[in-house]
Ligand binder design. Structure first.
Ligand SMILES: [Fe+2]
Length: 237
């Protein structure tokens, strides 16, 4: 995830001086960091006809960018509130941080979960992830059916995930509401694949028929990414 350090020392220094902390207090202040929109690993139109270029462009440039902007804004406000010792504002900011920070985390994974067909999109998982899917769910088809059913049944906006419990070394299917990341369902859960079931991910092309979007998205699923994450979390040797 892209991370950039801002030139915030000047404002930190003046805040510290205003607060009367003097030179000593400056040593306790950290630089303010901001998050940036990651580039897509393919062109906007590269997932057509499964996902239109128009959807991909809006989703990335408008929706994801807005999460990043609002996440940075909330972090800046948090930083200010902490500098002022304003506990109630610190608490008030938590929901904006969770929502917008979650949106940034989830979408950064989502872009990597997809790949153009000519670059391996839709090719079934191999190696240890393929075997783990068979042993946890019976077959890849059964897993896809389960994720499609849970994604279609999810009320409102959210995500359906294939994750691995890195302690139990077990695959799980979970859903999360809004922009909650998978880790909110369990501290040991690591996302392998996340499918965005917000309307902004499919409505321009699939209208209200979310099941068709879910059925088609597997044609551009990047199982290689999921396998790489799985093998890192669950090495076989
Ligand atoms: Fe989205």
């Amino acid at each position: 995830m892209a991370l950039r350090t801002l030139m915030a020392r000047k404002s930190l220094a003046s805040a510290a001086i205003r607060q009367g902390y003097g030179g000593l207090g400056l040593l306790q202040l950290r630089s303010l960091q901001t998050f940036t929109l990651p580039d897509l690993p393919y062109d906007y139109g590269a997932l057509e006809p499964t996902i239109s270029g128009e959807i991909m462009q809006l989703h990335h440039q408008k929706h994801h960018q807005t999460y990043v902007t609002n996440f940075n804004k909330a972090l800046e406000q948090l930083h200010d509130a902490m500098a002022k010792g304003d506990a109630s504002t610190v608490v008030k900011l938590q929901s904006a941080i969770k929502f917008n920070g979650g949106g940034h985390v989830n979408h950064s994974i989502f872009w990597n979960n997809l790949a153009p067909v000519q670059e391996g999109g839709g090719e079934p998982p191999k190696r240890s992830l393929g075997w783990a899917i068979d042993s946890n769910f019976g077959s890849l088809e059964a897993l896809v059916q389960k994720m499609n059913a849970e994604g279609a049944a999810l009320q409102g906006s959210g995500w359906v995930w294939l994750g691995v419990d890195k302690e139990l070394k077990k695959l799980v299917v979970e859903t999360t509401a809004n922009q909650d990341p998978l880790v909110t369902r369990g501290a040991h859960l690591v996302p392998l694949l996340g499918i965005d079931v917000w309307e902004h991910a499919y409505y321009l092309q699939y209208k209200n028929v979310r099941p068709d979007y879910l059925k088609n998205i597997w044609k551009v699923m990047n199982w290689k990414y999921a396998s790489d994450v799985y093998e890192k979390e669950c090495p076989t040797h």
